[in-house]
Design a protein around this ligand. Structure first.
Ligand code: OGA
Ligand code: MN
Length: 288
């Protein structure tokens, strides 16, 4: 007689006690994750905003295969960091092609709070990161819960922000983070765009403050006044109660929803520590 066996999902989702971020175990991302498990992961990322998968042994092909299940991937505007063999994957770190430490902190824009690619019309949805070389000290990735930050704005503040739009600009963002200037190609690929300062999550309906280093000023406002407002909101949103700190372990995979979070990496000793990240980014939609 034929028997039906139900394979029970072993996935374990452990939410951070703060209510922001979750750790996932019991899933092997190197295998073809069954659809039911994939749906659990998709549900978890919407609910927890940041997911840390421990003990994964992904290579670039596995990383790509997992990431593209969430939707089409996008190459980075900074073409020099694209992986030759797989241009939608990106690599940066302080280790050169020969395996030597460069001593230079790469992509300084990652050291300041931002939401990925907010400087394009359809900013990134999910970013999926792994770190084949993990710094032993520093190099933590910090996240701010921008929905919770929005919800805890002082009464009366929300109404003032409701109809404002922020201008996001890759060129200006590079200047602010003291990176090499944007190239003519990059400026052509990513001219300034404006997005609502408060955006609505298309899947949860939650509202979030949508800012970060790529946001340069407020549309139709005096530039200085806009910068001051953006700074005030960033200081509010990055208070400790809104933060999840990811301390990397070998073989972690970290994933986040850019629509309702900001992130940055903490400094590390780029002359001594080796830190390399590989990333895949899922294309998003136009914020509203
Ligand atoms: C990114 C990023 C942070 C890190 O990949 O988008 O900002 O921890 N990285 O390297
Ligand atoms: Mn980033």
């Amino acid at each position: 007689m034929a028997t039906t066996r139900t394979v029970k999902s072993m996935i374990e989702i452990r939410p951070e006690t703060s209510g922001f971020g979750a750790e996932i175990t019991g899933v092997d991302l190197t295998t073809d994750v069954p659809n039911g498990v994939f749906v659990e992961i998709r549900t978890a990322i919407i609910r927890h905003k940041v997911l840390a998968f421990r003990n994964q042994n992904l290579d670039d092909a596995g990383h790509y295969a997992f990431a593209q299940r969430f939707g089409p991937l996008e190459g980075h505007i900074n073409r020099s960091t694209r992986l030759d063999a797989m241009p939608t994957l990106q690599v940066f770190g302080n280790v050169d092609a020969k395996g030597e430490i460069t001593g230079v902190h790469p992509e300084k824009g990652t050291l300041v709070w931002h939401s990925d690619k907010s400087y394009i019309t359809t900013p990134s949805l999910f970013t999926i990161l792994r770190s084949p070389s993990v710094a032993r000290r520093g190099g933590d990735t910090l996240f701010a819960d921008m929905a919770r930050a929005y919800q805890s704005l002082p009464p009366g503040r929300v109404e003032n922000l409701a109809n404002l739009r922020a201008v996001h600009d890759w060129k200006r963002s590079r200047e602010k983070s003291h990176e090499r200037p944007a190239t003519a190609q990059e400026i052509a690929d990513a001219p300034p765009v404006d997005h609502p300062l408060i955006r609505t999550h298309p899947e949860t309906g939650e509202q979030s403050i949508y800012i970060g280093n790529h946001a340069s000023h407020i549309l139709n406002w005096d530039v200085g006044d806009g910068e001051a407002l953006l700074l005030e909101l960033e200081q509010h949103a990055t208070q400790v109660q809104f933060i999840y700190r990811h301390i990397w372990q070998d073989n972690d995979v970290l994933m986040w929803d850019n629509r309702c979070t900001m992130h940055c990496v903490t400094t590390y000793d780029a002359a001594k520590e080796r830190r390399v990240v590989h990333r895949a980014v899922v294309k998003g939609d136009r914020p509203y």
